[in-house]
Design a protein around this ligand. Sequence first.
Ligand SMILES: NC(=O)c1ccc[n+]([C@@H]2O[C@H](COP(=O)([O-])OP(=O)(O)OC[C@H]3O[C@@H](n4cnc5c(N)ncnc54)[C@H](OP(=O)(O)O)[C@@H]3O)[C@@H](O)[C@H]2O)c1
Length: 376
Amino acid sequence: MTKTLFSTAALEEVTEIKQKRAYDKLNQLHLPIIALGHARKEAEPDRGETNQLESESYIKKHNSSRSILSDKGLRKTLRFDYHETAKHQENPMSKLLKAAPFVEEKLEHLKLMCAELKDKGLTPRMEVILVGVHRASKLYTTKKKKFCESFGAECEIHRLDEKIDEASFLRKLKEMAENPKVHGCFVQLPLPDHLSGLDVAHLIPPEKDVDGFHPENLYNVMLGSGKALWPCTPLGIMQLLEYYQIPVLSKHVVIIGRSMIVGKPLAQMMTNANATVTLCHSRTKNLHEYTKQADIIVSAVGRSRYLNESYLNEGGQQVLIDVGINHDEEGKLCGDIDAEKIKDKVHAYTPVPGGVGPLTILSLSQNLLQAAKNHL
Ligand SMILES: NC(=O)c1ccc[n+]([C@@H]2O[C@H](COP(=O)([O-])OP(=O)(O)OC[C@H]3O[C@@H](n4cnc5c(N)ncnc54)[C@H](OP(=O)(O)O)[C@@H]3O)[C@@H](O)[C@H]2O)c1
């Protein structure tokens, strides 16, 4: 049976034949590489462009009536997203891979999606537990809340005392996780020492796990299944590369850092996207030898500006993704990459700030809308 694809408002505007045609076209669209787990689409640009034009004109036509969302929600939107990136092909690549243009573009989609959900009687709601007064954590949660509210979702931060005992913390967490009005939730890390042994990833139900840390979501990432709520930072990196038309298919990606929130899931997602991945860490010998062989280097170490020209090859074609958020000796925010030293020696690199950070917040929001959508 054909599922309803468009909202009532849109149905009034298009004839049945047009709707059927658009539906057929949409069904031909491919999921993005991150969702499918395979990068076949990269080898089929022509088909992608055709579909992109049609889907774009549809979005433009129906923007005002907030009708682009299907009942398949974010996954469908990701299909749109993937093809929309094709328009950047004609642009010369910017050396600085800033998040802002991509985030701005996505924000419009998120607004539309959120409005569509509200039309169906559901206001996406995220709740966060923040323990203590960790300065960076306070800043991050506030940014996440602001971003959520900017596209129409609700967000509440539960600020708990630094010294809260484990039982009270768990009670609060359970209350948040079991609240049917909450579609997505997470605990802002790090937790104070006396709570840091708790396995928070297991405590948030997988269907509300907007951070994408739950083992069930990670398993879906390994499968390359579209069901996953994606780990946010890796999802942001994959999307940014897609946006700037930087292919990963058959490329050698060297990831430095093997944490559960960045390096390991990213290695899996890159593998799903048919990259060849080398995952490095503090016990890797001769790190320079690996990075010099890389097409794409992702650094998620957390060491101020350590990655300089000595890690690069002479080709000038490498792409550098900087996940690190550090403060230098003067207290200035900086990444793992020494931008001054590498900027003329690579094809492209992400800045800090303004690179991977905003993408992580964007991914969190995408997961929230997906979780809310699944709730319908
Ligand atoms: N932009 C964002 O949105 C975002 C999101 C998450 C994290 N971050 C930032 O990214 C950085 C990493 O975060 P994380 O949570 O993934 O860190 P983490 O859990 O501390 O892991 C750091 C990783 O770096 C490796 N490492 C440490 N020293 C190394 C060295 N000298 N050579 C090679 N590898 C080395 C460690 O190896 P071992 O495993 O052997 O110890 C570990 O795998 C931090 O600055 C964090 O603030 C940013």
